[in-house]
Design a protein around this ligand. Structure first.
Ligand code: P6P
Length: 340
C-alpha cells in the first residue's frame, strides 16, 4: 500500500481557500510567512545550547521583563519576515513598546496586521522546557493605501481573522485557527515542511487537569481559593481530585489543555489585580483558538474575546479550556470575586 500522502500546511491552506471562491489567498500567504518564521526560530531554539544564544540579553522589555537572547533573536526574525510579507501592513510585539507600521507603499496596501509574542515562556529556554511563538491576525480597520494605525492593533478578539502558535516542544508544531476550525501541523525536518498531523482539533468538553501557579494562592480571592479546593476535593465519582500540571509556559500549558482537555488559569490576585498575561498577543489568540475548538475562554467580567482593548500591552485574568470546567470555575470566581 502506498504511504498515505503528507499534506503540507501550504497545500492545506490552499485547499481551504478554494472552499471560498471570493477568497484571494492573502491570509494563506501570511500563514505561510509565519510558518517560515517558525522554522527559522526553531532552527535556533534547537541549537540554543550549542551556540552562544542561551541566557540573558542584558536588557529589559516594555513589560520590565529581562529579555533572553532568543527573545530578541525571535523578535527580529518575526519583524523582518512580516516587513517582507506582501500581506502585512504592520506588527505589534510583546518585545516592542509600540506598534510598527511598515511605511513602504506596498505594505500600505496590505490588508492585515499581526500581533505576536515572539518567544513565550522564554524563562524556560535554559531548562529545555516547551516554549512557543504566539500570533494574532486582524484585518485592518484603517484606510488602505495609508500606513496602519494604532486602532488596527486595539481590536477585540472577536474580530480576529486567524490566530495560532508554534510550539517548540518534543516536536515542533504549528497550530492555527480560523473561523473554519483548528488544525495542527508537525514539522517534518527531513523536508522542512509543516505537515497536517492534527486535523480539526476539538477541545474536550471535560478534563481532569487543572493548570495554575498555585504558589500565588495566598493572594487569590476567596472564590478562587474555593475553586482550588473544589479541584483538590476527593470526589471519585466526579473524577476529582484533578491532576495538577503547570509548565510555566503558556504555549505548553495551552497546547496540552487544547488536546487533552482541562483548565488553565492565570487569575488576578492581590499584587496583580489585572492578572499577568497580556490580552492582545497571549490571551486573545489562545481564546480564539480554544473557542474555535469548542472550548471556552473567560475572565472575571465575561468572555475574553469581547474585551475592548484600550492599551496595547494590557493584561487580563484568564480561565481557558474545557467548556464545562471553565463554566464551573466561573461559578466560584464570579460569585465571590473580591480582589485587592
Ligand atoms: P509565572 C511566561 O513568562 C508567561 O508569560 C507565560 O508563558 C506563562 O504562562 C506565565 O508567564 C508564567 O507565569 O508567574 O507562573 O511564572
Amino acid at each position: 500500500m502506498p504511504q498515505s500522502k503528507l499534506i503540507t500546511m501550504d497545500e492545506f491552506t490552499i485547499q481551504e481557500t478554494r472552499k471560498f471562491p471570493q477568497a484571494t489567498g492573502e491570509l494563506s500567504t501570511l500563514l505561510r510567512d509565519i510558518g517560515l518564521a517558525g522554522k527559522i526560530i526553531n532552527k535556533q531554539v534547537r541549537r540554543a545550547g550549542l551556540e552562544d544564544i542561551l541566557g540573558k540579553h542584558g536588557a529589559t522589555n516594555v513589560q520590565g521583563e529581562e529579555q533572553m537572547k532568543l527573545d530578541v533573536y525571535s523578535n527580529d526574525i518575526m519583524i523582518d519576515i512580516f516587513m517582507n510579507s506582501p500581506e502585512c501592513a504592520g506588527i505589534a510585539s510583546e518585545e516592542n513598546d509600540d506598534h510598527v507600521c511598515y511605511e513602504d507603499t506596498f505594505s500600505a496596501n496590505s490588508k492585515y496586521v499581526v500581533l505576536f509574542d515572539p518567544l513565550d515562556g522564554s524563562s524556560n529556554i535554559d531548562v529545555n522546557a516547551p516554549i512557543g511563538t504566539i500570533f494574532a491576525i486582524y484585518r485592518r480597520v484603517s484606510e488602505l493605501g495609508k500606513p496602519c494605525t494604532k486602532e488596527d492593533f486595539l481590536q477585540p478578539g472577536n474580530r480576529l481573522m486567524a490566530a495560532g502558535y508554534v510550539i517548540y516542544g518534543s516536536s515542533t508544531m504549528m497550530v492555527y485557527a480560523t473561523k473554519l476550525g483548528v488544525n495542527g501541523f508537525t514539522l517534518e525536518p527531513s523536508i522542512g515542511e509543516f505537515c497536517l498531523s492534527h486535523p480539526n482539533i476539538k477541545c474536550p468538553e471535560n478534563g481532569k487537569i487543572y493548570s495554575i501557579n498555585q504558589g500565588n494562592s495566598s493572594k487569590y480571592s476567596d472564590g478562587m481559593k474555593a475553586y482550588l479546593d473544589y479541584c483538590m476535593e476527593n470526589k471519585k465519582e466526579e473524577n476529582r481530585p484533578y491532576s495538577h500540571r503547570y509548565i510555566g509556559s503558556m504555549v505548553g500549558d495551552l497546547h496540552r489543555t487544547l488536546i487533552k482537555g482541562g483548565i488553565f488559569m492565570y487569575p488576578a490576585d492581590k499584587s496583580s489585580t489585572k492578572g499577568k498575561l497580556r490580552l492582545q498577543y497571549e490571551c486573545n489568540p489562545m481564546a480564539f483558538i480554544v473557542e474555535a475548538a469548542g472550548g471556552k475562554a473567560m475572565c472575571n467580567t465575561g468572555n475574553i474575546l469581547d474585551i475592548v482593548p484600550t492599551e496595547l500591552h494590557q493584561r487580563t485574568p484568564i480561565f481557558i479550556g474545557s467548556k464545562n470546567m471553565v463554566n464551573k470555575a466561573m461559578e466560584f470566581v464570579m460569585e465571590k470575586e473580591v480582589v485587592g
